[in-house]
Design a protein around this ligand. Structure first.
Ligand code: ATP
Length: 198
């Protein structure tokens, strides 16, 4: 269980970007998160995944603070994964960054072996999001924070990505925070929804 209590954040002193929020994500649960633009959803996502330092509040996984080094058990998935990938690396190297990927998982995600020789900018948005998922889903990863990951995709690509994620959540007990402006999408994929308010 990932438990965040009283997390808040300010990028500059006296200018809060995220008002205190508490949130829990149980294994296998897909929690939908919505809230108006600028309310702090991405800031919360990055705090949960260790991409921003905690300024206030506590963050625990199974009662223990998250590790400061090594594989992060809470992984952040960006809307535009290309920004999170080294433009000089081929896809084969990108997915193997934290160790060799699981070929069975690659097949389930629809990551094709031929993509390995390409650079990130040579894949479509949907293909890149699958690569990003394959890279993130290492053994030991317990929670995915999916920040508008399917927003740029067409309806079919969106449905395929979420179908795999819903199956993985159930099979592996993976917790997912699904951040989206699309309430209809959250209604289809989330086990429950929470909203961020100022
Ligand atoms: N790197 C940064 N430096 C300074 N301020 C930032 C930074 N990133 C975000 N902010 C500010 O923090 C606040 C929360 O931003 P955040 O991106 O978390 O909101 P959001 O709810 O994800 O918005 P959206 O739905 O538009 O993506 C906003 O006022 C934003 O301008």
């Amino acid at each position: 269980m990932l438990e965040a209590t009283g997390l808040s954040y300010a990028y500059a002193p006296g200018r809060p970007a995220l008002a205190p929020v508490s949130l829990a994500i149980a294994p296998g649960e897909i929690v939908g998160l919505f809230g108006r633009s600028g309310i702090g959803k991405t800031t919360l996502a990055k705090l949960l995944a260790g991409r921003l330092p905690l300024q206030a509040g506590t963050l625990r996984l199974d009662g223990v603070p998250l590790p400061a080094t090594g594989l992060r058990p809470v992984q952040y998935l960006a809307q535009h994964p290309v920004l999170d990938m080294n433009p000089r690396w081929r896809v084969g190297r990108i997915v193997a960054e934290a160790g060799p990927p699981d070929p069975a998982l690659a097949a389930r995600l629809g990551v094709e072996p031929a993509w390995q020789r390409r650079f990130a900018h040579e894949l479509s948005g949907g293909q890149l999001q699958r690569v990003s998922l394959l890279r993130a889903l290492r053994p030991g990863v317990r929670v995915l924070v999916a920040d508008e990951i399917s927003a740029p995709l067409d309806a079919i690509a969106q449905a395929e990505i979420w179908r795999v994620l819903m199956t993985l959540a159930a099979e592996r007990g993976l917790g997912i925070l699904a951040i989206s402006h699309d309430r209809a999408l959250l209604g289809r994929v989330a086990t429950r929804e929470v909203s961020l308010a100022a």
